[in-house]
Design a protein around this ligand. Structure first.
Ligand code: ZN
Length: 173
């Protein structure tokens, strides 16, 4: 499986993220974006200086999230975009859902947390938000998540102590 490279002339910026201005490395003026190519977690942008018209390329990567997840036992761990994406990809098995859609869902969820100004989120709150987004993407994925990861009372099940937790105390299936 190669990197999932897509080409977009005008890239969609998730809500909550603004495209920061980048200074021209030659003269220090503002630049504009000519085109963007998104990889799995980096974006390559061709830019042109608004003053001297020189062209240059930037490789941009989102910094690791600073949001922390509070697990049911009270322990906290960093929100992990990668692990949550792996979870969503597992839920998407044999469903007509592209890997990019899984990654986009997690990015959108993270942007939602950033927009809400949350420094911490409980695993139950995270599960609720994830469930809502899964329902919009694919109802069967939402049902899989609910049956595998939520107990009868709707709270997130904890992983058995002999299993490593992939993310947020969710058990591995
Ligand atoms: Zn310049």
């Amino acid at each position: 499986m190669g990197p999932n490279i897509s080409f977009t002339k005008y890239p969609a910026i998730p809500p909550g993220y603004t495209l920061s201005s980048v200074e021209c490395p030659y003269c220090g003026s503002d630049s504009r974006v000519l085109d963007s190519r998104g990889g799995r977690d980096t974006v390559r942008r061709r830019r042109e200086c608004l003053a001297c018209a020189r062209r240059f390329t930037t490789y941009e990567r989102l910094a690791p999230s600073e949001i922390r997840v509070v697990k049911r036992d009270g322990a906290t761990e960093p929100f992990s975009r990668e692990k949550l994406t792996q979870l969503v990809e597992r839920l998407a098995r044999e469903r007509p859902v592209a890997r990019k859609a899984c990654a986009d869902l997690v990015r959108g969820l993270e942007a939602e947390l950033v927009d809400a100004g949350l420094a911490t989120v409980t695993s139950s709150q995270l599960a609720d938000r994830l469930l809502a987004r899964l329902g919009e993407l694919d109802p069967l994925m939402a049902r899989r998540f609910a049956s595998n990861y939520l107990g009868e009372d709707g709270t997130v099940r904890t992983a058995p102590p002999n299993q490593p937790s992939p993310q947020l105390s969710f058990p591995i299936k």
